[in-house]
Design a protein around this ligand. Structure first.
Ligand SMILES: Cc1ncc(COP(=O)(O)O)c(CN[C@@H](CS)C(=O)O)c1O
Length: 415
């Protein structure tokens, strides 16, 4: 299948780095449109992983031998590279490697929330939060007696900022907000929300899982106190997430996972903690994944995050136009022309999203169908599930056409 180049990205050249995109199912070349769930891994990142295990593998911070020294240096530098990727001037001391975004959210909820929240405190979320944030803060609130409140989402899928200004008050201890919704594609004004939160003495946690991989993100320009994202959504491996935290906050926080690496001195009676970020990286850390994530940062920066953003926006707008041309497709999220992330959730009249996804799979079109870990949002939308196409650097307009054609196959099947 030939692929028209986007005027923004040399997609043909990029696709050469992703052999998985050549796979065929029953003679149909795969059309991978499930990038909000996880992205594919380019050869330079795969080679970095292979090279690590071939030449450098050793445990970090524990051996004086050459291999351990080399692995330790590479692992530490990976923290610095990730810090640079998101504009964290505190470098490695502000970057904690976790397993994924979910663990990063839980780290702050337990290490800060469990100790700092009480019955007089409120945690403000949005109705479009992913379960990684919503369930985490909901359960910590139950444990501490704090109250969760939710900023409303308007009919058009955007955040009701008047409601945000109303419910973020001096009782708010934490605002936790998704930067780009994985269901609606809505891009939330996180800098404005940070200002509102800070004006009331609250911290702000930004869920960057769908923004850091897809657009330029500068944590200091946002003035986020915490920000989380996952390596597997940004051309990196699974098994690594990142928690960014302002240095002074991470210094004040107690660890929530104990063991080796995170300590300095241990007696039978007590222990003291290691320096940042190691205080929050108990046990043998995600060594190879961290080094591979640094390579993914290089890979994406070589393409350019602004160009990636515009490429995805163009594909999403094109998909919206194609889908909305059909009278029987309901799409969710901001209208065409309004800024949105590179994804479109939708439903085809009279066809359940799961059935639609299965039929699209018959044409080798891979999308996601379900609640996308945003069940309360789907309840508010009045649908049990939605189908979702999400785009990345290797997708093309021609693949959007393939999606639309496969949807038509489903339409005919259920006609
Ligand atoms: C906004 C947002 N916040 C947190 C997460 C969790 O990322 P993890 O790497 O699984 O921990 C995700 C992952 N959303 C995937 C899996 S549900 C999706 O298909 O939309 C996300 O989109």
């Amino acid at each position: 299948m030939g692929h028209a180049e986007s005027e923004l990205l040399d997609v043909e050249r990029i696709r050469e780095d992703f052999p998985i995109l050549q796979r065929e199912f029953d003679g149909e070349q795969v059309v991978y449109l499930d990038n909000a769930a996880t992205t594919q891994t380019p050869e330079p990142v795969v080679e970095t992983i292979a090279d690590y295990y071939r030449t450098t593998n050793a445990n970090v911070h524990r051996g004086l031998h050459q291999l351990s020294q080399e692995a330790s240096v590479a692992y530490e530098k990976a923290h610095d590279r990730v810090a640079e990727f998101i504009g964290a001037s505190g470098e490695r001391e502000e970057i904690v490697f976790t397993k994924n975004t979910t663990e990063s959210e839980n780290l702050v909820a337990y290490a800060w929330g469990l100790n700092e929240l009480g019955p007089e405190d409120e945690v403000v979320l949005t109705e479009m939060e992913h379960h990684a944030s919503l369930v985490t803060w909901q359960q910590i609130a139950k444990k501490t007696g704090a109250t969760c409140r939710y900023i409303s989402v308007d009919e058009d899928g955007t955040l009701d900022m008047d409601h945000a200004r109303e419910i973020i008050t001096d009782d708010t201890a934490m605002v936790s907000v998704v930067h780009v919704s994985n269901t609606l594609g809505t891009v939330n004004p996180v800098s404005e929300l940070a200002d509102i939160a800070h004006d009331h003495g609250s911290y702000i946690f930004v869920d960057g899982a769908q923004s850091v991989p897809n657009r330029p993100v500068d944590v200091e320009a946002i003035d986020a106190d915490f920000l989380a994202f996952s390596g597997h959504k940004m051309a990196g491996p699974t098994g690594i997430g990142v928690l960014y935290g302002k240095k002074h906050l991470l210094e004040e926080m107690e660890p929530y996972l104990y063991g080796g690496e995170m300590i300095k001195k241990v007696t039978f009676e007590d222990a003291t903690w290691n320096d940042l970020p190691w205080k929050f990286e108990a046990g043998t850390p995600v060594i190879c994944q961290g080094i591979a994530l640094a390579e993914a940062c290089d890979y994406l920066d070589d393409i350019g995050m602004e160009r990636i953003q515009r490429h995805e926006e163009q594909l999403a707008q094109y998909a919206l136009e194609q889908l909305r041309d059909e009278g029987d497709v309901e799409t969710y999220g901001p209208s065409a022309g309004t800024e949105r992330g590179g994804l479109v959730a939708f439903n085809l009249d009279s066809v359940h999203a799961h059935d639609l996804s299965s039929i699209l799979n018959d044409s080798a079109v891979a999308i996601r169908a379900g609640d996308h870990c945003t069940q309360p949002l789907h309840d508010k939308m009045g649908v049990p599930a939605s189908a979702r196409a999400s785009f990345y650097i290797y997708n093309t307009r021609e693949e959007v056409d393939k999606l639309v054609s496969a949807i038509d196959d489903a339409r005919q099947l259920f006609a």
